[in-house]
Design a protein around this ligand. Structure first.
Ligand code: ADP
Ligand code: ZN
Length: 617
């Protein structure tokens, strides 16, 4: 229960909202649209909230639920995470519970009783449960402060997270017309937005669209040579002590990569939909609870994972779309501290993805949609300009070069590659558009291997015209040429390269081609400096205290059986390490320390600091 008594009588709604933010959550101000959204919903209005992952959606319904009388009902598809969400709320003193299929009948009965008695601030419910007559009747017998529909894009039939039960959620509006509803999603595109409004009958809801920029994430896309090795170098040099996610396309590759990383001494776990349910769930729980775990996974992993201190998200394979890439990389750095999105990408990725589309069962229209999405992804990989500008532009948001992506930090050099491309296209033509990339490059480079001899390709005029460049360089050129759509890969014919219409003007010399100059993949260097939006470096004394706090947190989290970040975020512990508060009152001012946490942990923290001071460190 929030204590409003310390507020002067006649305090405004805004003052009451800030009071909840400070005393319960320990934050001093709302971020972005949060304040407005809270006001609007607390006042009884409907809202549609579009905010990127990590933007702070939860507070948009949690604060109004605490301001209004009754229980806020949160509809969420993420059953596996409800326990953690409820535990995290309990840590800040909010009375929360959930109803889903993992509970026994008795447990559910008890929650139902608490709801009727007005003994809950928030109740999380899975959509299929909510739709049962029993549950709807239960809600009618209680006082409901608001409905929050989380992951609202699940109503979209064209999206990848479609949940049929979500469509039925319009019933909430019909049965509870007086209760405000707030729908939230991190999916940005216009089509999804319209579908949410239409399906949930949110025509009259106010829309709050935030910027989708995640300035603390550094985007980096490198040329793939030996992907696994590059990944290992990256993790070891940049994030040896951090938690992160590595995405792979196939289940097999997930398992192999996890094993490889384990063999190199990293604490790596695997996650994919083909794994035994119990093991998969256990791995997810370990990732959330323990420090420094690298989760190697297919895209089955991640929705609703709100671990704030994921420091890196890597892709070892090319994602199918920019939407997917942005959602996956968005899981890094929710706490606002610097984080990395790193991807290794090469010719083989392009070939593989094209083949997957060609070979899929989908009809032609759908294949075309998939092809367009892939093209957009390739164009992000090959861009000569700021990655972030490119990404945000894809979501319809104008911006300027960010200074925190690889192309901004080390601008790629472009060169007039018209002659090289002509050589490549001619070679494809001379081998009658029947050979795969490897063979074409051998002919170009004048390598007279067995197959080349067998087909008498060493007799061709183009044999060896590209001997001045190495194989990796030609692969880079070929990859870009495919990305530009001058060549396609014929999946049905042994990945044979074929010319497209677009190749003609280049072959005729009517069109120039600019490409990215090839750069040898470098060994990852530890980036010495991060752009200045957040101060991250701790002095050695501060670091010592931070490490001590980290240990304390591990033990405390284990005792309470909750993930470490539920106790305190890294950002909060950094602030403590810097400020070294000597009293509870000083500790109260640290971001992320609310009244309940102050009461539970304050004395321990102060003692820990005093301990260090007297030890003279
Ligand atoms: P989303 O659901 O949009 O991905 P969350 O609600 O999980 O984001 O919030 C992301 C992180 O930002 C959380 O760690 C949360 O505690 C923090 N946060 C949210 N709002 C604020 C705020 N006003 N001040 C400080 N931290 C905040
Ligand atoms: Zn940039």
């Amino acid at each position: 229960m929030v204590d409003f008594d310390s507020l002067p009588p006649g305090a405004t709604q805004q003052e009451r909202a800030l009071h909840v933010l400070e005393t319960v959550f320990g934050y001093s101000s709302f971020r972005g649209h949060q304040g407005e959204i809270v006001q609007h919903v607390a006042g009884g209005g409907d809202a549609l909230v579009l905010m990127p992952t990590g933007g702070g959606k939860s507070l948009c319904y949690q604060v109004p639920a605490l301001l209004r009388a009754g229980t806020g009902v949160v509809v969420s598809p993420l059953i596996a995470l409800m326990q953690d969400q409820v535990d995290a709320l309990a840590e800040v003193g909010v009375r929360a519970a959930f109803l889903n299929s993992t509970q026994s009948f008795d447990e559910a009965l008890q929650i139902e009783r608490r709801l009727r008695q007005g003994d809950l601030d928030l109740l999380y419910v899975a959509p299929e449960r909510l739709m049962t007559p029993r549950c709807l009747e239960l809600l009618e017998s209680a006082r409901i402060s608001l409905f929050a529909i989380d992951e609202a894009h699940c109503v979209s039939q064209w999206g990848h997270d479609f949940r049929p039960e979500y469509i039925k959620l319009s019933i909430l509006h019909e049965r509870f017309p007086q209760v405000p509803r707030i729908a939230l999603t991190a999916t940005a595109d216009q089509q999804t937005r319209e579908e949410i409004i239409h399906r949930l009958q949110l025509e009259d809801a106010r829309q709050f669209v935030s910027s989708f920029d995640r300035p603390n994430i550094r985007y980096q896309i490198v040329e793939k040579a030996n992907g696994r090795k590059q990944l290992l170098d990256f993790i070891k040099s940049e994030h040896p002590d951090d938690a992160g996610i590595v995405y792979c396309l196939s289940r097999k590759k997930v398992e192999e990569t996890a094993e490889f990383l384990r063999g190199e001494g990293l604490n790596a776990l695997a996650y994919h939909a083909g794994m035994d349910y119990a093991l998969r769930t256990r791995n997810q729980a370990r990732f959330l609870r323990e420090d420094k775990i690298v989760m190697v996974a297919t895209i089955a992993f991640g929705m609703g994972i709100d671990k704030p201190d994921v420091r890196f998200v890597c892709h070892l394979d090319l994602p199918k779309s920019v939407e997917g890439y942005y959602q996956e990389t968005g899981r890094a750095g929710r706490d606002g501290l610097p984080a990395d999105a790193w991807m290794a990408y090469g010719l083989q990725d392009v070939v593989q993805q094209r083949r997957m589309i060609d070979e899929s069962e989908a009809d032609e229209t759908f294949k075309r949609v998939l092809g367009t999405k892939l093209d957009a992804m390739l164009s992000l990989c090959e861009t000569l300009h700021c990655r972030r500008v490119h990404l945000l532009d894809y979501f319809g948001e104008p911006s300027s070069p960010c200074g925190n992506c690889d192309t901004c930090l080390t601008p790629p050099v472009s060169f007039d590659a018209t002659v090289e491309v002509q050589k490549l296209l001619s070679t494809v033509y001379r081998v009658e558009q029947r050979f795969a990339p490897g063979h074409v490059i051998e002919v170009l480079r004048g390598i007279d291997g067995e197959r080349v001899k067998q087909w008498r390709h060493d007799q061709l005029s183009v044999f060896g015209v590209g001997s001045d460049r190495g194989e990796a360089e030609w692969r880079a050129i070929l990859r870009q040429v495919i990305a530009l759509g001058l060549l396609t890969v014929d999946a049905e014919n042994y990945s044979a390269l074929k010319l497209t219409e677009a190749a003609r003007p280049v072959l005729r010399g009517e069109q120039q081609v600019q490409l990215r100059r090839y750069r040898k993949p470098e060994k990852a260097k530890r980036s010495s400096q991060r752009s200045g939006f957040v101060e991250t470096n701790l002095s050695s004394e501060e670091q010592a205290l931070f490490e001590k706090l980290r240990w304390w947190r591990v033990e405390t989290a284990r005792e309470h059986n909750v993930p470490a970040y539920v106790i305190f975020h890294d950002a909060t512990m950094r602030e403590i390490a810097k400020a070294r508060p000597q009293s509870l009152d000083a500790l109260r001012h640290v971001t992320g320390v609310g009244e309940k946490k102050l009461e539970t942990y304050g004395a321990q923290i102060i003692a820990l600091i005093a301990d260090m001071e007297s030890a003279g460190t």
